[in-house]
Ligand binder design. Structure first.
Ligand code: COA
Length: 152
């Protein structure tokens, strides 16, 4: 069963050890970097995603309630566990968590465009492209493409 769990002293290394395929390394930061950024951010919400007791994935959101801003900041699944449907289950759980907060109107995200990028995965969920997100998050100097998922 796929579960989102708090990252603790005990399971930290299993999350840090998760890694994507070589061609995906420009799509997402290493988890050690993400967890460090999360600790120094006032608005980061991050969890390890486990299949029973086995770490398979990491997710981090940036939640700025005052500005009604929910940004899917990091979302990765270890190369060994991709293509098994875990991503779909985990993102559904993340979306349900954000919905349950009853604060945000949409989940925003961005990705680096290339063959086999995460675009198709997000599109399957109903995420749509949004140029406004690139301006909102000061990403104009990057190649990133913005997407959003409407919660209401
Ligand atoms: C993209 C990623 C999140 C998908 O996770 P996953 O667990 O392999 O996906 P699932 O097995 O749950 O697939 C769910 C559905 O999405 C589809 N899908 C998965 N990856 C896809 C991709 N890159 N493009 C298009 N469709 C994709 C699957 O075919 C499946 O379709 P179906 O429901 O019709 O059968 C994962 O490959 C990953 O971690 N990539 C590297 C990191 C990354 O790019 N993160 C996002 C930026 S932070």
């Amino acid at each position: 069963m796929i579960n989102l769990k708090e990252i603790t002293k005990t399971n930290l290394i299993s999350i840090i050890d998760l890694d994507v395929n070589e061609h995906q390394k420009d799509q997402v930061a290493p988890n050690a970097v993400s967890i460090t950024q999360g600790h120094y951010s006032n608005s980061a919400w991050f969890k390890g995603i486990f299949n029973d007791k086995i770490a398979v994935r990491f997710v981090m959101l940036d939640l700025v309630k005052k500005e009604n801003r929910c940004f899917l900041w990091r979302f990765m699944i270890d190369k060994k566990y991709q293509g098994k449907g875990y991503g779909k289950i985990a993102l559904t759980q993340v979306i349900n968590y954000v919905k349950s907060l009853k604060i945000f109107d949409e989940i925003k995200t961005s990705y680096v465009p290339k063959d086999n990028s995460v675009e198709g995965f997000y599109k399957n969920f109903g995420f749509i492209k949004s140029k406004k997100i690139i301006t909102e998050f000061d990403l104009e100097d990057s190649v990133e493409i913005g997407m959003k998922y409407l919660l209401k």
